[in-house]
Design a protein around this ligand. Sequence first.
Ligand code: F6R
Length: 610
Amino acid sequence: MCGIVGYIGAKNCVHILIDGLKKLEYRGYDSAGIGIINDNYCDVIKTKGKVSDLEKMLTGKNFTAGLGIGHTRWATHGEPNMVNAHPHLNKERNLFLVHNGIIENYSSLKKGLQKEGYNFLSETDTEVLVNLIDRYLKKKHNLGTAVRYALNEVEGTYGIAVIYKNEPDKIIVARKGSPLVLGVGVNENFIASDVNALISHTSQVVYLEDNEILEIYSDHFVAKNISDKEIIKEIHEVDIAIDEISKGGYAHFMLKEIMEQPESIYNSMRGRLLPEEGTSKLGGLQGFEDRIAHSDRILISACGTSWHAGLVGEYMLEQYAGIPVEVEYASEFRYRHPVINSNDTVIFISQSGETADTLASLREAKKKGALCLGICNVVGSSIARESDTGVYIHAGPEIGVASTKAFTSQLVVLALITMLISREKRLSVTDGQYLINEMKKLPRNVEKILKMNDTIEKIADKYVNAKNFLYLGRGYNFPVALEGALKLKEISYIHAEGYPAAEMKHGPIALIDENMPVVFIATKDSVYDKVMSNIEEVRARKGKIIAIANEADDQIDKIVDHAIKIPQTADMLTPILSVIPLQLLAYHIAVKKGLNVDQPRNLAKSVTVE
Ligand code: F6R
């Protein structure tokens, strides 16, 4: 999704902006641009395409400036082209603005401005905002006041950065619904929509909250709310190493992140297991354990892959905590007036912690008095900050658009929460100790699966030209089937469906013929025999079968085309292992099709619009 960077200080900002935009590339975008100001000139350079295209346009120009903003755009209003790219500017070409989010009332604002003589070049909602600010500047307000007055007229969401040739000592940034962070340097300051773009310069950051405006100078900043009241902002120290956001020798971030799972899974449980008591401890939930354990209901709200993690969480929590659980798409939850009571706990799962729908559903649940628990990866993200309580998954930065290591770490955290609140319910000490033993084995078991990378690549070879795929699983592996199908479709653009295996005969079985690859997740769990019957049904119709099965299962080899063998573990933990071959399968198919797996078309890493 769109990305923002900015710089003010004594250095040449051009390289800093380009470097920052490159760090945001993983979020997905279709055009890029920068706006720079120095004593003698100001300019905007923008283009459709990649940051590397923008860089080419800058070659030989020797621009130098100590003040600048940059943007990667993911089209919402108007197609991806140079005119619609940001920064947007006023007619005099001395006021530049970059914007993430959506101005919902842009069309009425535009009409008003047109009546006053403003012309519009682009189809974007953002151009309205730059002209609205210009209008207040022309009424002799300073930049800070002009931005504030303009924002007071705006409905919708925004993260903005604005610079003005006539006030070259500052960047104004403001946030409502779209993340922004200030990086505090020594006699220089940085801004970005994502902390990853800043950490090579500083580890001192200030997170903007909704309805806050910051005036950023090179040596200080002033924070106010939208009503012009000064506020004190805390400076946080971020703890991300630079090598965590590089590819580390792998061809793609996605592969690196798949391969990192032994470590990321370990990090998610590190220091959180209590082997003797057969349970877990989670610092973030301290003081809330009883309230969660005695909730009337647990609701889980999330999107995409995180929603799939939520489905696994539902199975875990109902099995061991015995509390009714409902899993909702956050986008439905926020608008359908759900029944939420003050004795409910609502869990919000989000890797980025910024997904607009999940954040809105959190605010809705909070209004209704439920206990809101966030499970996030990005430290200091909006969902993490706005939840009443929460647990970080500690998977490390996930850059590839397709979520992999965050999913397995979300499952680890859901397992830890399940153990924490189930002791007085259905989880005996012995059962808890068994689960802990199996959790400790997870990193080693994942390593074993990753060693099958070459075998999985060979299987991928055979299916590169498939037009459709079916993924089937039951019980704990049903959400894994959904996740396997999502991974394949988002990066390989092959149509894929995930289904509960038994549901196949109620419709999808009609699709099966010798051209249909069917992936079964058929581990030795409580529904194994039933899945075997479903495999026979597909086999009878000549479907091609790829099975994820357990190491000790010799029978399955006789009835499937390919068997990928994984270690056996507790049923509840199986998805953490069974999803890994599916991540690799999707990855290899997409690479063999020559596709950009880290930035698949139309997708964004952090979906901050509805
Ligand atoms: C798929 C994927 C998305 C995200 C979804 C929610 O690989 O990554 O489906 O899971 O956009 O994102 P978060 O978890 O950041 O709320």
